[in-house]
Design a protein around this ligand. Sequence first.
Ligand SMILES: [Ca+2]
Length: 238
Amino acid sequence: MSLPRPLASGAAICLLVSAAPCPLACREEPPQLPVVTTTTGVEMVRIPGGWFEMGSAGGPPNEAPAHRVWVDAFLMDRYEVTQAQFRKLELSDPSHFKGPRRPVEHMRMTTVIEYCNVRSDAEGLGPCYVLNDDDTWRCNFEADGYRLPTEAEWEYACRAGTTGKRHLDTDDEHDLGRYAWYAPNAGKQTHPVGRKRPNPWGLYDMYGNVAEWCHDWYGPSTTRRARTATRAGRTRAS
Ligand SMILES: [Ca+2]
């Protein structure tokens, strides 16, 4: 599957396939996972551990070979990180398109680290990131605070137990506009989070709006086992 390029900078709108008005007004709502609200008011989805098929044999070369990966249970933000969350934690908001429910964009890794650690501290959790004086950093996966999801965690959450081409509860490309803000419908700007339908696990805007960062640097698919995650701040990009 196509993944966001972690740690990339530049435009944030995902470019996906063309869409047309959706004819599926009576589709049954998919089952969703439990949602918890953190002490700073952020909704997170409790993702169960499990095996999944990572990558794609039929996609671009860097997505092959498809391989089974185990991911431990973790929590993931239900929505992209909003500007209201940054304001609540008294962090400087780098976003170009302003609005409390819009996602944060134009992020630098140092901003991601600051957000994760400040949010961890505000909730009495152990910070995951250690930032050195020369702007290098490392992540303590044993800490119980917030960090970016690994690529495996992100793809596992995006697929949400589906095996189809689009990893949604539909493979109809004409349905995509109901799930995602992307080039044909975004108007070259970000949009408030949660306005489209969620994926089958109740995660919003996994497709489109802003691209999302992963902990790993972008690279070919591997057969490594995913690292344990107790929490994962799903932070945004651009
Ligand atoms: Ca997104």
